[in-house]
Design a protein around this ligand. Structure first.
Ligand code: ATP
Length: 406
């Protein structure tokens, strides 16, 4: 096992386009690191540079203490884990796992010892004589990991391994991968565009946009303290709402009414003119359902559409964004492949809510959860930036780090 140190890495393709632009990520020994971002953000290119399948234009890539910029893939001792398509259908599970050892001309005794040890760890003992065609998706994934384990690679690299699976199997495989990574404790870099995978699998997540690292933090930090508009909109489902806002004293004026902010949030945004407020749908509630209005304020709004899902209710409330922030919201919609961010507020209410379409409702919003962004730069004024990107302790509790702002 080894740490992977990605330092100021740039990848320019022939036409001078920087697909990866000055990215630095310190993957610690044993850490599960996620690279996430929308299509074209450069996450696969970055992974391919780690493995050695793509040249590095500038910057330094270290695996352990070794500078690997100019090393061929086979000299890097990394294992790319593919899904079922990388297994040989005519070989048994045993021979599929043994394959890299046979290539390396290991002795039969060594092969048998390593294959059996890997198969025990992966609970594949009873399937060793079967062919991949007769295995479940999860078992195939374990065989692919077994092949990586016997090589005793320094790290596992995954490139969207679950993207072709249906939703149910994807869920099972997520759990399986988390379990195995924890048990093996092997340094892992995992590329995905799926924010559920990003939030559930990794110790830390690197969010990329157009080749630039936006934030490197635990899933909890990304959710509670997103550093900028892009991260705020990318993490969370349904996505965060963005609304024009002006702060006066400890009040923030929103299109629907005025909400009281905690003084430390209000202070950071005072005197900044027109801002963008960010409020997650789940930080609203039907005022009649919520008995304690403690940290929040209420406002009345006309509800256009209601979607009842049993455990929760989504309500859609139209609004007009003023021209000063409309362009920024449209850009964000484009970056996030989002819909109608500049024209409607989405609130997630308790399933017991009785609010109705076409009627006015009293909605409660939690003032302690409101983020305020500088519209021109996208910077989140309400988070402590040094804190939002800090390195967590590794282990099961890594995603559970308490947050100073939240
Ligand atoms: P996806 O999820 O769609 O695979 P990605 O985030 O993995 O996207 P990359 O495949 O790393 O993105 O590509 C990053 C950018 O580099 C894209 O704009 C892509 O068009 C560009 N790119 C990738 N390969 C090449 C190439 N060989 N020549 C020129 N440009 C390339």
């Amino acid at each position: 096992m080894a740490a992977i140190d990605i330092k100021n890495i740039v990848k320019e393709y022939g036409d001078g386009f920087a697909a990866v632009n000055d990215v630095s990520i310190d993957v610690q020994d044993g850490e599960f690191m996620i690279l996430v971002g929308p299509s074209g953000c450069g996450k696969s290119t970055l992974l391919r540079m780690i493995v050695g399948l793509e040249d590095i234009t500038s910057g330094e890539m270290r695996i352990g203490d070794k500078l690997v910029n100019d090393l061929a893939p086979r000299e890097r001792n990394l294992a790319m884990v593919f899904q079922n398509y990388a297994l040989y259908p005519h070989l048994t599970v045993y021979e599929n796992i043994a394959f890299p050892l046979r290539l390396a001309r290991a002795s039969d005794e060594e092969i048998d010892r390593k294959v059996r040890a890997a198969s025990k760890t992966l609970e594949l003992d009873e399937h060793l004589d079967r062919k991949p065609g007769n295995l479940s998706g999860g078992q195939r994934q374990r065989v692919a990991m077994g092949r990586a384990i016997v090589r005793e690679a320094d790290a596992f690299l995954f490139d969207e391994p679950l993207s072709n699976l249906d939703a149910k199997l994807r869920g099972q495989m997520r759990t399986e991968i988390t379990r195995l990574q924890k048990r093996l404790g092997i340094t892992t870099v995992y590329v995905t565009h799926d924010q559920t995978e990003a939030m559930t699998l990794g110790h830390r997540v690197a969010v990329l946009k157009r080749g630039v690292l936006q934030q490197l933090a635990t899933p909890r930090e990304l959710y509670e303290n997103p550093g900028n508009l892009f991260v705020a909109g990318f993490i969370g489902s349904p996505p965060m709402n963005f609304l024009p806002a002006t702060v006066e004293g400890t009040s923030v004026k929103l299109p629907f009414g005025t909400v009281t902010l905690p003084p430390e949030r209000a202070e950071k945004a005072a005197g900044k003119g027109l801002l963008m407020a960010g409020i997650r749908p789940e930080h609203f509630e039907d005022a009649s359902v919520r008995a304690d209005h403690g940290t929040g304020s209420t406002f009345r709004a006309q509800v256009e559409v209601v979607e009842w899902l049993g455990n929760e209710t989504y309500a859609y409330i139209p609004f007009e964004a003023p021209p000063e922030v409309e362009a920024q919201l449209r850009q964000l919609e484009h970056d996030l492949d989002g819909e109608s961010m500049h024209t409607q507020l989405v609130v997630s209410l308790d399933g017991s809510s009785r609010i109705r379409e076409g009627e006015e409702a009293e909605i409660w919003v939690d003032g302690t959860k409101i983020h305020l962004f500088e519209p021109s730069t996208g910077e989140n004024l309400t988070v402590d930036h040094a804190h939002a990107g800090r390195i967590p302790a590794l282990g099961n509790e890594a995603a559970e780090q308490p947050s100073a702002v939240g």
